[in-house]
Design a protein around this ligand. Structure first.
Ligand code: ADP
Length: 300
């Protein structure tokens, strides 16, 4: 079973003609409130894919708590590790322009108040830990350290990229990570800046802890390197309408399939198909496929 330690947000999205310039006010349409946060998104993707998933994280006791948790509850994620803190629920303020571009401000709120004291002490029921970059880095480091020591497989989606150069990727977290998942932009945060090919950059990370590194490449699919193999997977062909949550779907489904005992190439294939399906519908958690839809697409 899968433990996700990560962020929980309510996403407030407004469509407007364009993204406001500094000092400007733009009138938009009705605001839509939906569940988000990379931790919650990935937990939902893994649960819909058929895994037993527990989320460790935090929300507040405010009005955004219920919308933030709605998708997790519906997907059957175990919220035994969720803490209610005296801080506002995390909030993402999203403006979507008519051009399709977006601008996002994240108010971390309760997510920033998570500490190592909130981590579950008993990890014996879990086989896989999945982390992202939306909780304080010391929480990630401690979660990975304990999980590694307890024999779990640790997956880390290093998204969003830490704001370089102030915050470099944590070498200790990397050392406790078995499988690192990044997009091209996030990979650059780990690279030495020599402009090497993606495969070379990814391979260099294998000396720093991970035994697998996956680079997601949007409509180009993904590239995974391990000590003895390179797996280039083209994207599953779809007509995308909204790619929000594609990366989160990929990470959640990859972890779910590995936890269900599938070999890495099979799990990567399922993750790519699921992420593509998530691009065919608007939204993040609302757009994620379930186990039956993934199986049907794989059989095509
Ligand atoms: P992120 O959203 O985190 O930047 P990517 O854009 O790399 O992540 O997308 C993650 C995964 O989603 C890709 O590896 C791919 O499998 C799938 N995906 C993304 N965009 C498309 C697309 N246009 N068509 C098919 N699959 C896609």
């Amino acid at each position: 079973s899968v433990l996700v330690v990560g962020s929980v947000n309510a996403d407030v999205t407004v469509r407007a003609a364009r993204i406001p310039a500094p000092g400007e006010t733009v009138l938009g349409e009705e605001a839509r409130v939906s569940p988000g946060g990379k931790g919650a998104n990935q937990a939902v993707a893994a649960a819909l894919a058929g895994s037993s998933v527990t989320l460790c994280g935090a929300v507040g006791r405010d009005t955004f708590r219920a919308p933030a948790l709605s998708g997790l509850t519906r997907a059957g994620v175990d919220l035994a590790g969720l803490h209610e803190l005296d801080a506002p629920t995390g909030l993402a303020l999203i403006t979507v322009a008519a051009s399709g571009e977006n601008a996002i401000t994240v108010a971390s709120g309760a997510n920033a108040r998570v500490t190592s004291a909130h981590l579950p002490t008993d990890l014996s029921g879990f086989t896989h830990l999945l982390l992202q970059n939306e909780l304080p880095s010391e929480v990630n480091r401690e979660a990975a350290r304990r999980a590694h020591a307890a024999g779990l497989t640790v997956l880390h989606n290093a998204a969003p990229a830490r704001q370089a150069p102030m915050e470099q990727p944590d070498p200790e977290l990397l050392a406790h990570t078995h499988h690192l998942i990044v997009n091209e932009h996030e990979l650059a945060a780990f690279a030495s800046g020599g402009g090497e090919a993606l495969e070379t950059q990814a391979r260099a990370l294998l000396t720093r802890g991970p035994r697998a590194v996956t680079v997601t490449l949007g409509a180009q699919g993904s590239l995974t390197v391990t000590a003895d193999a390179v797996d280039r997977l083209p994207a599953f062909p779809v007509t995308p309408v909204d790619t929000t949550g594609a990366g989160d779907t990929f990470c959640g489904v990859l972890t779910a399939w590995l936890a269900q005992g599938h070999p890495l190439p099979t799990a990567l294939h399922a993750a790519g198909v699921a992420a593509a399906l998530a691009c065919t519908r608007p939204g993040a958690q609302d757009a994620m496929p379930d186990r039956a839809e993934i199986a049907a697409a794989l059989a095509r």
